[in-house]
Write a protein that binds this ligand. Structure first.
Ligand code: PLP
Length: 308
């Protein structure tokens, strides 16, 4: 593979509205509604050891999100997949965080100031792998808080459409830092657990793996957790979870593209087990990475040379 360390692509490659460029040169117009209104949807797929994980699932969810927001960019799904391959190829990265965005765009000159008059377009980039929770914190188990900010209501912003409405989650991350924790989970107005700052949340209750059935992104890694539970003969259930149930769970873990299955060892200073990742969480995490190493749901990146 081409060594890109000394090239303009050393810190990643991007695509914006038809053109590829080094990520350091990628720009969004300041008048774009994607920026001024957070009027954008996105998805993130991981590349690990030179292969995408569940690429088709991410692109399919991205298309559903665009349709929900009435966005219709020029690129079809095959072109989006090709763009993602090209961003990774240009970067030369073997482990990458690969984002795809669809931005509303700008009202065309002379047109009424309304989102329907904007030309939607795709942006994408590949940068070195990002950990939502770094491996050393995963080893001891993340320290989680239930934040005092509530998740934006799902009738206002649909959480199954991946979005940039992170004001609530960002507040929660600052509160977690102030309270000496690593990250946060948010409740809805009825006191049910929704999701955290970039991940789905799971509780182990009476030996079953339970995760919220609403108020959260339908995570692709969450779908992988459901598959792994079947492999391991564990009961898996999507249903409402109260804050009290989460605090009283036998184990808690989190899931995301940028981190996989991530054990929790404390919640609001409560220590559910022995202050270490729990056994069910660890079985799932170990199996997740073992199956990934064996090519589970993998699509090799088209690096275009003999080494890939
Ligand atoms: N919830 C939120 C708010 C997220 O941002 C993410 C991922 O970025 C997830 C859940 C997990 O989704 P996935 O497993 O598809 O990465």
């Amino acid at each position: 593979m081409t060594d890109t360390r000394d090239t303009p692509f050393a810190d990643g490659a991007a695509y914006i509205d038809g053109a590829f460029m080094p990520v350091r040169d990628a720009r969004i117009p300041i008048t774009d509604w994607g920026y001024r209104r957070s009027d954008v949807t996105y998805d993130v797929v991981g590349v690990w050891n030179g292969s995408f994980f569940r690429l088709d699932d991410h692109v399919a969810r991205f298309r559903r999100s665009m349709q929900a927001l009435r966005m219709d960019p020029a690129e079809d799904d095959a072109r989006i997949r090709a763009i993602l391959h090209e961003c990774v190829r240009l970067s030369g990265l073997r482990n990458a965080y690969v984002a795809m965005d669809c931005l509303r765009g700008r009202p065309l000159p002379g047109q009424r100031f309304h989102p329907a008059t904007c030309r939607n377009y795709i942006a994408a980039f590949a940068i070195p792998w990002v950990w939502v929770i770094p491996p050393e914190i995963q080893e001891r188990g993340a320290h989680l808080i239930i934040a005092s900010a509530l998740r934006i209501p799902d009738r206002s912003v649909d959480p199954t459409v991946k979005n940039f409405h992170w004001g609530d989650l960002t507040q929660g991350l600052f509160e977690a830092g102030d309270r000496g924790a690593d990250t946060c989970v948010l409740l809805d107005a009825d006191g049910h657990v929704t999701e955290g700052a970039g991940f789905n949340v799971f509780a182990v209750i009476a030996g079953a793996v339970v995760t919220p059935d609403r108020g959260a992104l339908e995570g692709i890694t969450r779908a992988s957790v459901a598959e792994l539970c079947r492999d391991l003969g564990l009961e898996y259930c999507e249903r409402p979870i109260t804050a009290q149930e989460l605090r009283g769970a036998e184990e808690i873990f989190l899931s995301t593209t940028a981190g996989g299955i991530m054990p929790v060892s404390r919640i609001d200073d409560i220590v559910p087990g022995d202050d270490r990742p729990g056994p069910v969480s660890m079985r799932l995490r170990d199996l997740f990475w073992a199956k990934r190493a064996a090519g589970w749901h993998a699509t090799p990146v088209a690096y275009g040379d003999a080494s890939s």
